[in-house]
Each structure stands twice: as C-alpha cells, then as structure tokens.
Design a protein around this ligand. Structure first.
Ligand code: PMP
Length: 404
C-alpha cells in the first residue's frame, strides 16, 4: 500500500503555514527536521503530568519519569540495533557525542604519532574535536581526499589506512552534499589494522535504518533534532568495552557510585557519562520520535524520498546555469548558479516561502577543496516533502532568475 504523504504531513503542524505570503516549502531538513504531533505531545505530557527528576527519588512521579526516560533509552537501542541499552549515552547532540569520545578516547588513548583518519567531507563537529585531541596528544590528522566527482576516494582511503591509524572518524552521510559514504567498507579496513571507529550519523538516522552491530563500529553519534525529535538531545552509541575503558568527561551528580572528600567511585556506563540532571523531556520525546518512525513503512518512505531526490537532481541538471555538486544520494542536494551568490538566490527563494540553506554548511575544508568559497545553496529533504515541494523549488529558481 502506498504511503499517504499528504496524510503524514498533517502530523507536522509547522508544515501547514504561510511564509511570506506563500505556503511553506520546507527544504532545510539537514539543518533540523520538523516535529510530529506525538513528539510534541510527549514533551507536553512529561512537563504537564510527570515532571520529576529521574533516578533518585522514592516518589511516584519520579518513578514514572525514570521509567519513561529509561524506556526511551531502550527504544533508541532497538532503533539502531545496539546490543544493550547500556550502550546508549544521552548527550546534547552529535557535537557533544563526538566531543565526549574526543576527550574520553582521544585524550586518554592517543599517543604521539598515532593517526586519526577523517575525510574531506566532514562537518566541523567531526574535525575540530579531533584537531584539539591531536594537539593535546601529539597524534596526527590524516584526511581522505575526494575523487573527481567530489565523492570520498576509497582507493586513497585504502592507501592511508595503516598500522599507525588509531582512529577512523567518518560521516555516514555528508550534510553538505548528501553523499552516502562507504562506511561499512571503511570500518572493515580500519578494524583490520586495529583502529577504533566512530561514525557521525547525524544525517543518516532520519533517512534510513542504521544497524550499529552490522556496521561493527565502536561509536555512532547522532542528534534527535535531525530525526523529528527536539533539539538538545542526542545519542552516543558506544561499544560497552570502550564505554568501560574511557574515563568520564564531566563529573558531578548522577555519574557517581560513592563520593567522599578523599575519593569518588564512578557509576557504570552509560550513567558514568551523564553528569547532572539530563534532558529528561528531550530523551522521552526522542523515544516518541523512534515510536513514530517504527509504525511507518520505512521502505516506502525511503522510496518516496529517493524519488524526490532524483526528481530534484534531474530538474536542476536540466537548468544550464545550475551545477549540482557531487552525487547526492540521501537528504541534501547542493548546487550553485552561474554568477549568482548563493545567498542572493536563497533570499529570492525565501520571498516565495521556500526554505533552503546557503554557505559552507559547517564544512569549510570541503568548500575549500571544491573551490567554492561562497559555498552552495542546499535543499534538503525529509519523507514529508512532496512532488509539489520539488516543483515549487524548481519554479522558484526560474522566477529568481527572472528577478536577478
Ligand atoms: N555532523 C553532521 C554531519 C551534521 O550535519 C551536524 C549538524 N548539522 C552535526 C554533525 C552537528 O550536529 P548538532 O549540531 O546537532 O550537534
């Protein structure tokens, strides 16, 4: 049975509005996704009905909040097929998750001369923490270059992965170009030389199912807000062996077993990494987003999104003055218009109610490698986008061209 996208859109109140006199065409999903009603309800329900701190009190509301909070952890574990909910650490988002590993693993396990392997396509969140860890430890950053089609060069990666490689940190899907990187193959190669592996899954989890055990990665990081959940909540999946070995990076309440003025013993993972009162409502609402996705026909949603992406790329390719960058496969499509600043085009689109993003997309080294100092215009899809949205963008570009 074909999924009724128009009906699903009614679950997302934000989508049904007029912006600058036009129905909103929301094509900035790589920046953040809209939230369905069940996620909004979960937030509201927590604050209205069960608001209490988790894990410590012996009263009824705290028990309810703790159950919902820990159930959300179990839902997330199932969602990415982690072996145990104890391998799910709540964070503020992908950035904090990567920083946690860059501190706990990076600062404590990297040695001078160890190599950290990244790709040219990385988001700043998967560059800067490693740069800092390298500066602190004497480790060295190595970067997988691009092919002529702006894709990750797997042959070059094969040549770079060697016995000095201590860590591979790689994006699953490029937020700037919408390319799906060959992460399974890269992880296999990295493991063969004994390297630890981290995947930045920020742009993957909202688009296709992820199985961390099948990927065989040590760490997988993502943000709730890019998969229909609120901002301020994210996940670090960590293989238990590493969560046990890594020291905590923030300390205080919740993460301890015993404290005296002489010494402190730490709680077991994942609590060891969750100092202070967590984002309880956010975690519960992320659980609600997982539930929402679980009842959809995800294969049908993926086919729908894929068809939209093809339609968008074909439409852009048909325009002589537009150049699509790279080979988009999931979510984002980046493009430039001859002799037009990306921001000017985006402003003219915004006047028509069309939300896209411009600039370097937090990937300045990538834009430099592509010789695109002004960046690109990026249109990014979610399953709730429609043929009409794609047609509106293409028509909007035509109209902008007339005005320029
Ligand atoms: N990595 C990628 C690939 C991203 O797209 C983003 C968000 N743009 C991040 C990391 C950082 O995510 P957050 O800002 O939610 O921490």
């Amino acid at each position: 049975m074909a999924t009724d996208i128009k009906a699903l859109r009614r679950d997302f109140p934000t989508l049904a509005q007029i912006v600058n006199g036009h129905p909103l065409v929301y094509l900035d999903n790589a920046a953040t996704t809209q939230k369905p009603q069940p996620v909004l309800d979960a937030l509201n329900h927590y604050y209205r009905d069960t608001n209490a701190n988790v894990h410590r009190a012996s009263h009824a509301l705290s028990g309810q909040a703790t159950r919902a909070f820990e159930q959300a952890r179990e839902k997330v574990a199932r969602f990415i097929h982690a072996a145990s909910a104890r391998e799910i650490v709540w964070t503020r988002g992908t950035t904090e998750a990567i920083n946690l590993v860059a501190f706990g693993f990076g600062r404590h396990f990297l040695q001078p001369g160890d190599e950290i392997l990244l790709s040219t396509l990385e988001h700043h969140a998967n560059i800067v923490p490693w740069q800092q860890a390298a500066a602190a430890t004497g480790a060295v950053l190595k970067v997988i270059p691009l092919t002529d089609t702006a894709e990750l060069d797997l042959d070059a990666a094969r040549a770079l992965i060697c016995e000095r490689t201590r860590l591979l940190a790689i994006g699953h899907v490029s937020n700037a170009l919408g390319q799906v990187n060959p992460v399974a193959e890269l992880i296999r190669l990295a493991k063969a030389v004994g390297a630890v592996t981290l995947v930045d899954g920020a742009q993957a989890v909202g688009h296709f199912p992820v199985d961390v055990q099948a990927l065989d990665c040590d760490f997988y990081a993502f943000s709730g807000h890019k998969m229909f959940a609120p901002t301020g909540i994210g996940v670090l999946y960590g293989r238990m062996e590493w969560l046990e070995r890594m020291p905590p990076w923030q300390t205080g309440g919740e993460m301890i077993k015993t404290v005296s003025f002489e010494a402190t013993t730490f709680n077991a993972p994942p609590f060891k990494f969750e100092a202070g009162t967590p984002n309880i409502a956010g975690a519960i609402a992320l659980g609600a987003a997982v539930d929402y996705l679980a009842v959809q026909d995800r294969a049908a949603l993926m086919r729908h999104e894929d068809a939209l992406l093809r339609q968008l790329v074909d439409g852009l390719d048909a325009m002589a003055d537009i150049n699509v960058i790279g080979r988009p496969r999931a979510g984002a499509v980046s493009f430039v218009m001859d002799d037009v600043h990306p921001q000017d085009l985006a402003t003219l689109l915004d006047m028509q109610g069309i939300a896209v993003r411009t600039g370097h997309h937090c990937a300045m080294p990538l834009m430099q490698a592509l010789a695109l100092p002004q960046g690109t215009v990026r249109a990014s899809l979610a399953f709730y986008n429609t043929d009409d949205d794609v047609a509106a963008l293409l028509a909007g570009i035509d109209k902008a061209r007339e005005l320029l």
